[in-house]
Design a protein around this ligand. Structure first.
Ligand code: ADE
Length: 227
């Protein structure tokens, strides 16, 4: 899977991409992330990437020219892959959307800043708009990392156990069952007997029941087929 990230702050990404599972996925060539600084595609002396909004009002708007130059410079015109704008106005990112997007070979993620991007970018360059939730962040960089993380762990071979992702909360449409590890007793709190029984059929039954109860208690909307 190949991500091209277009951002004004490429340095924000390395701490996260250079650790743990994403680091290993990159080393194994299962994941490739190329960071492109939109500022490098400006042509004026001051490297301007934003400007005041037509019609007045507060905030700044990201200019279209450097964004088009960056995306088309890297991906061609029209771009060879989907171009996703991270914005609170986009469709909601869910496990289902991650499963849909992992089917792509390559994805471009465009991180907005300030009040947003010039509308012509949305209309004539972007092919999809995604929000990671109903709250407003200072930019699309964290949302891009959230998407890269959620999508990458679905790539076959990225998680140690090929089935690991299919047991997750949300993958099955239910929340996950509780997990325990050693010690068997901690501060008087015991690991449920069934998990120590070695009876795999019983354990499976217990886990399924816990998943259902948890989902009913915490996320009844998931049982009604809502997102
Ligand atoms: N940019 C700012 N807030 C965002 C959000 N919730 N999702 C995606 N992009 C954003």
């Amino acid at each position: 899977m190949h991500f091209d990230v277009f951002t004004l702050f490429p340095e924000m990404f390395s701490a996260y991409l250079d650790e743990s599972i994403l680091k290993r996925a990159r080393e194994a060539d299962l994941l490739r992330v190329e960071l492109h600084n939109i500022r490098d595609y400006t042509t004026d002396k001051h490297h301007t990437t934003d400007d005041v909004p037509y019609g007045g009002g507060g905030g700044m708007v990201m200019k279209p020219e450097p964004i088009f130059a960056a995306v088309e410079g890297v991906l061609g015109a029209p771009p060879v892959c989907p171009v996703i704008l991270l914005t609170p106005q986009g469709r909601r990112f869910t496990q289902k959307v991650a499963e849909e997007l992992v089917q792509q070979e390559r994805l471009a993620l465009l991180c907005g800043r300030y009040e947003g991007v010039d509308e012509r970018v949305r209309q004539h360059l972007v092919t999809d708009e995604i929000s990671i939730g109903d709250y407003v962040l200072t930019g699309g960089e964290l949302p891009a990392l959230v998407m890269i993380d959620a999508i990458t762990r679905l790539i076959p071979g990225v998680l140690g156990d090929e089935n690991a992702a299919s047991n997750d909360s949300h993958a099955s449409g239910l929340l996950e069952y509780p997990h325990y590890t050693r010690p068997p007793e901690f501060r008087g709190w015991e690991v449920p007997e069934v998990l120590r029984s070695g009876n795999h059929a019983e354990i499976e039954r217990w886990r399924q029941q816990q998943s259902r109860e948890r989902t009913q208690q915490r996320r009844p909307d998931m049982l009604e087929g809502e997102e």
